[in-house]
Design a protein around this ligand. Structure first.
Ligand SMILES: NC(=O)c1ccc[n+]([C@@H]2O[C@H](COP(=O)([O-])OP(=O)(O)OC[C@H]3O[C@@H](n4cnc5c(N)ncnc54)[C@H](OP(=O)(O)O)[C@@H]3O)[C@@H](O)[C@H]2O)c1
Length: 362
């Protein structure tokens, strides 16, 4: 295995060792926690909508972000097989078309649509919301959404600024999902059948012991060389988790009989393109070691944890799903800090409203 200069630079960085050691411990800790105190949903049958033409909705709609690769693509395939009308949302239309053709080859009766959206751009998210609503109107479909799966995510090893001026990884992994969820919430609330939001988070959130909600949280000031990419990834996943629990609390406080549920999912380790920015020899080494430890899953197996969450009974909400087979464990204690979650919500809402004001005339 050739080790090039980029790989050597990475090996000598603290961030690499943080990933190699802390993330492995966080993963093993999640499995241990499941064996000691976990619960399983396997005794519950998966919840299925009846595809009754005379029913309240003709076919439930499921929006999946980042549907052009890995877990998102496998989840789109699985949800189409479950009879959902799957809306594949991704940043590259060629990739979306290719995946739609590919799914149709194995499932000719699949109901699929593709929409372009870049989660690291508020303008793009607002454009998506507008064209999606127009499509509902044009297709004479019920003006509601049954399932939103916030899956899109990146692990960026160098600092990149988004078009809106934020850290691109933080915006893609957290702020984009926050904005999209808030924009689609009215359509989820309007659903005549129970609706759900599934957020794809990660065991790496366990490595965060202190989340500082200062002015640097969404936009890093460090130089590219010193970019703490592992910490930023962990923070983005913790933020998504805090947001999931806060949304759960708000929805159920507003209406104890809320018909929207929210489930954060941690698929464990899945062999996808998520490590594309890590030098190839190191990502291959990581996958080999994880495979030897029997911790590495295929995208199809990884997606089964997302499908578990998507099809869990409607009364399941605010539970942390981990690693498939209906497993539920507790996430880190910091993720249950309601004060931190409320502060994060307020900071994110302010930013979201500012962006809405900036883009109001587009
Ligand atoms: N793989 C794992 O072990 C693992 C473990 C825990 C959690 N996760 C999470 O699972 C999710 C899916 O990741 P994956 O493992 O399937 O990785 P992946 O194969 O790299 O897929 C990531 C998906 O997100 C899309 N995406 C990236 N940036 C985007 C943007 N700005 N706007 C819209 N879409 C964007 C990608 O689109 P392109 O095709 O255009 O690049 C791709 O479709 C991520 O949130 C990741 O953090 C993964």
């Amino acid at each position: 295995m050739a080790i090039d200069r980029a790989a050597m630079r990475m090996i000598f960085s603290c961030q690499f060792w943080r990933m190699a050691i802390c993330w492995t411990f966080a993963l093993l800790f999640s499995y241990l926690r499941f064996h000691l105190r976990g619960r399983c949903l396997t005794q519950h049958p998966r919840f299925r909508f009846s595809l009754d033409p005379g029913g309240k909705i003709r076919r439930p709609i499921c929006i999946i972000t980042g549907a052009t690769s890995g877990l998102g693509e496998a989840t789109a395939r699985a949800m189409a097989a479950e009879g959902y009308h799957v809306v594949l949302a991704g940043r590259c239309s060629e990739k979306l078309d290719k995946i739609i053709q590919d799914i149709m080859k194995g499932n000719e009766s699949a109901h699929l649509n593709a929409f372009q959206v870049d989660l690291s751009s508020f303008h793009s998210i607002l454009k998506f919301e507008r064209s999606f609503k127009q499509w509902l109107l044009d297709s004479n479909l019920d003006h509601s959404v049954q399932l939103l799966i916030n899956n899109a995510g990146i692990l960026a090893t160098s600092f990149k600024v988004s078009a809106d001026g934020y850290d691109k990884m933080m915006q893609t992994n957290y702020l984009g999902a926050f904005a999209l969820t808030n924009l689609l919430l009215p359509l989820l609330k309007k659903s005549p059948v129970p609706s759900r939001i599934v957020n794809i988070t990660s065991f790496t959130h366990r490595c965060v012991t202190n989340l500082k909600l200062d002015c640097n949280i969404f936009s890093h000031s460090s130089s590219s060389e010193k970019y703490p990419f592992a910490n930023v990834y962990e923070n983005s996943k913790l933020c998504l988790l805090l947001f999931s629990y806060e949304l759960h609390r708000r929805l159920y406080e507003e209406n104890p009989l809320s018909n929207i549920s929210i489930i954060p999912v941690d698929p464990g380790v899945v062999k996808t393109k998520i490590l594309r920015e890590i030098p190839l020899c190191l990502s291959q080494l990581a996958f080999t070691v994880l495979s030897f430890l029997r911790l590495l899953q295929s995208p199809e197996t990884g997606a089964s944890s997302v499908v578990d969450a998507a099809l869990a009974p409607p009364n399941v909400s605010g539970e942390y799903f981990f690693g498939g087979k209906g497993r539920m464990v507790e996430s880190s204690s910091l993720s249950y800090n309601a004060k931190l979650a409320a502060d994060l919500w307020s900071k994110s809402s302010t930013l979201f409203e500012d962006q809405i004001a900036i883009h109001k005339d587009f």
